[in-house]
Design a protein around this ligand. Structure first.
Ligand SMILES: [Zn+2]
Length: 248
């Protein structure tokens, strides 16, 4: 029975840090309450019952007590450890990019059920996919949509025409055609098209045009800048992928 000072939550560990001598400082993305922090006392000891449930990326069930300043973990149970992700360097890096994004955008005590379900869905597929970075782009674009920050990529915000070349202005979140302005982030029609395909799940359209490596790199850059505008801070999530020097 959960009393007044105890709490039982289901969540995914999105940050796991060493704390004091043998503790861990944890942030989980909970199903019902958004982001939630707690301390797992002694969880770094080899014989701790809470050692594995507090590892990064673990989906678990957590019984917490409210301390004076923060929640403390009584007991955690692993629901899914996602070993297929954690044994693969690229997949781990992709998952860590997602957790950095979630730490930046989520708010304490604010449920984001659609994003939570999307994360579970994505982690399950990430274990088996041959294209982890495609799944990452899909996750980021869908999350941005569910969080209500989707960019306006429909038509020029000034003259309302459809053009082949636009500039995107992050500060206003506006798309403006190259007849109306020469300033902003140059965004070509193909970039808008791939973004919309991922945002609207219209994958059959992928057969119609060639998705080049250069286009995907530009999409990643656009996502990075978009996230930085949403969170008003530097987005470091892609750093894990940039550190992988081999071709992916
Ligand atoms: Zn225009």
């Amino acid at each position: 029975m959960a009393g007044r000072n105890t709490l039982s939550v289901e969540g995914i560990v999105i940050l796991s840090r060493e704390y004091r001598d043998s503790d861990k400082s944890i942030i989980i993305f909970t199903k019902d309450r958004g982001r939630l922090s707690f301390v797992a006392k002694g969880a770094r000891k080899l014989n701790s019952k809470n050692r594995s449930s507090t590892d990064l990326l673990v989906h678990g069930e957590y019984q917490l007590s409210k301390g004076k300043a923060y929640y403390v973990l009584n007991q955690g149970q692993v629901i899914e450890g996602f070993m297929n992700i954690r044994k693969d360097l690229l997949k781990t890096s992709v998952a860590m990019t997602m957790t950095v994004f979630l730490n930046d955008v989520l708010v304490d005590n604010m449920s984001q059920k659609e994003v939570f379900e999307l994360l579970i869905w994505t982690f399950n597929r990430l274990g088996n996919t041959k294209d982890p970075k495609f799944l990452l782009r899909y996750f980021l674009i869908k999350s941005i949509l569910y969080l209500g920050h989707q960019p306006n990529l429909v038509a020029c915000n000034i003259c309302n025409i459809n053009s082949d070349n636009y500039f995107y202005q992050f500060s206003e979140g506006n798309l403006i055609c190259d007849s109306c302005t020469k300033e902003g982030f140059c965004i070509e029609a193909d970039l808008i098209k791939i973004y919309k395909i991922l945002e609207t799940d219209s994958f059959d359209q992928l057969k119609e045009f060639e998705v080049t490596k250069a286009l995907l790199e530009k999409l990643d850059y656009f996502l990075e800048k978009l996230i930085e505008h949403i969170t008003d801070k530097k987005f470091t999530g892609f750093d894990y992928l940039k550190k992988l020097t081999f071709e992916v």
